[in-house]
Structures are given as structure tokens and as C-alpha cells.
Write a protein that binds this ligand. Structure first.
Ligand code: GLU
Length: 263
């Protein structure tokens, strides 16, 4: 089980995403990476190993209002730099992070290879982002519609977040079988596998349901199903504090639980 974090808003997304990844470290992982948009350009930094290793590769002055971050638990391909997320589409226009497994990735990969796609990693995730790119081109449509159409071909589990260099204001996220929450702030949105990365900023949260896709700009959120049914976002208040979901001074969550039990 790996972790996903994303931020879209007026603050600098880079430190928010990096500290969010650290708060998800307890879930276990083998590599980490981020993608971000700066001046309509898509950037990617990823490393095998711990978030600490990734942090050393990130320039201190890196600033972006839109970034996605990932900790990977390898299922398709060894833990390595190439297999770490985010993954780019072949034309380097789209970047994806993914938690889960695309079960029918090999037949989709074969089809894409026949249409000229090449791959830099062994992951099922790189297949998914190129499928989305292929659909976007063939149907001559926007990213949201392409994600809807591509996901209707997918068998498996996913929580995904996608950046699009040609539409740098938008972040598209979707979920089936893997957790994905949207934290709602004032003119800002947080995405994460659980609430730990954003609870210090907002307690207003939307739990995305399976087969739902959200398009997020800094001031707007639209949720639709894969079959394009419009959903009204249901915002819930989290009744939990940051220290309740962090290990704090304890080495493991089990120790924390034991010490916090009433005598
Ligand atoms: N299946 C993807 C991979 O192997 C994602 C694994 C994960 O959930 O971290 O890269």
C-alpha cells in the first residue's frame, strides 16, 4: 500500500506534498517522487528509496501551486528510479501517480505498442497514462473525458492523480478500490490517501467513491462518475486532530496505541 498526495492552491505545493508524503510513510514504500507545474511546464523528480533521499534531489527554491507526490510499493517492476512514480506519457504531456494494480495492463500495453508507444518502465501505471493519452488523441477530447473513457477499459484497483502540461490549471483524480480523499480549504484543495497529509490545513473532507473522477482547479471542483453522471460533492467534517493520527514520540503505531490506553 503506497501513498498519494497532491495540492492545488495559492500556497507553495512542494513542501506541502513532501511533508504529506512523510506523513504517509507508515504505509510502507520503496521509492518516492513528485511532479509539478511551473509556468505551464511539467517537472518530475523521483528516486528509489526514502522520501529523505527524494528531498535531497529537490532544489530548495522550487515553487509551484500545483503538485502531486507518490510513495510506491512495487507491484509491477522492481523498486528503481525508472519504475518510481510519477510516470509520464510518451509525449511527456501527462504525468500520473497511481496506487493499486491495473490487472489487464499487458493486453492494453500490446495494443499501445502496435500503435507506436514505447515504455521507460515495467509498470502497469505507465501503460495507463499512455492509454489515456491515446484515447485523448483518438477521441480529440479533453483530459477529463479521456480519463473517463480510458478507465472504462480498466480492470483493477486505482487511486490516481494526473497533471496535464497543456491544461496546467487542472488536476484530475479518480478512484476505484484504493482510498482517495479530497481536503477542501479556501481556494485550495488537498488530495491524499488518508487525512494525515492535510489535517493541519483543513478538516473539511470529501471521500471520493469508487468509479468517481474529480476535476480540480484552485477554485472549483467537479465530480462525475465514469459514465458521466454529475455528483454533488458531500463535504464531511473530520473529528480528529493531527497528533491522533501521527506516531509522535512513539516508534510504532502499536506502541502509541498501547501507551495511550487508559490504565
Ligand atoms: N502498480 C503500480 C506499480 O507497481 C503502483 C504500485 C503502488 O500502489 O505503489 O508501480
Amino acid at each position: 500500500m503506497c501513498g498519494i498526495v497532491a495540492y492545488h492552491g495559492l500556497k507553495n505545493a512542494i513542501p506541502i506534498v513532501l511533508s504529506g508524503l512523510e506523513r504517509l510513510e507508515y504505509r510502507g514504500y520503496d521509492s518516492a517522487g513528485i511532479a509539478y507545474i511551473i509556468d505551464d511546464n511539467l517537472g518530475i523528480i523521483k528516486e528509489a528509496g526514502k522520501v529523505n533521499v527524494l528531498k535531497k534531489s529537490i532544489p530548495e527554491n522550487l515553487k509551484s501551486n500545483l503538485a502531486i507526490g507518490h510513495t510506491r510499493w512495487a507491484t509491477h517492476g522492481v523498486p528503481s528510479n525508472e519504475n518510481a512514480h510519477p510516470h509520464l506519457s510518451m509525449n511527456k504531456n501527462l504525468a500520473i501517480i497511481h496506487n493499486g494494480i491495473i490487472e489487464n495492463y499487458s493486453s492494453i500495453k500490446e495494443g499501445l505498442e502496435k500503435r507506436g508507444y514505447t515504455f521507460n518502465s515495467d509498470t502497469d501505471t505507465e501503460v495507463l497514462i499512455n492509454l489515456i493519452d491515446d484515447v485523448q488523441k483518438n477521441e480529440n477530447t479533453n483530459l477529463f473525458k479521456a480519463v473517463q473513457l480510458a478507465l472504462s477499459q480498466i480492470i483493477g484497483a486505482y487511486a490516481i492523480a494526473i497533471l496535464d502540461a497543456s491544461n496546467p490549471e487542472k488536476l484530475v483524480v479518480a478512484k476505484k478500490g484504493s482510498p482517495l480523499l479530497i481536503g477542501v480549504g479556501k481556494d485550495e484543495y488537498f488530495i491524499a490517501s488518508d487525512a494525515a497529509p492535510f489535517i493541519q490545513y483543513t478538516k473539511d473532507v470529501i471521500y471520493l467513491n469508487d468509479n468517481e473522477i474529480a476535476e480540480i482547479s484552485s477554485k472549483n471542483l467537479e465530480i462525475r462518475t465514469i459514465t458521466n453522471e454529475l455528483k454533488t460533492p458531500y463535504i464531511q467534517k473530520l473529528n480528529i486532530e493531527l497528533d491522533a493520527i501521527e506516531k509522535g514520540e512513539y516508534e510504532t503505531f502499536m506502541l502509541k496505541e498501547i501507551y495511550e490506553q487508559p490504565k
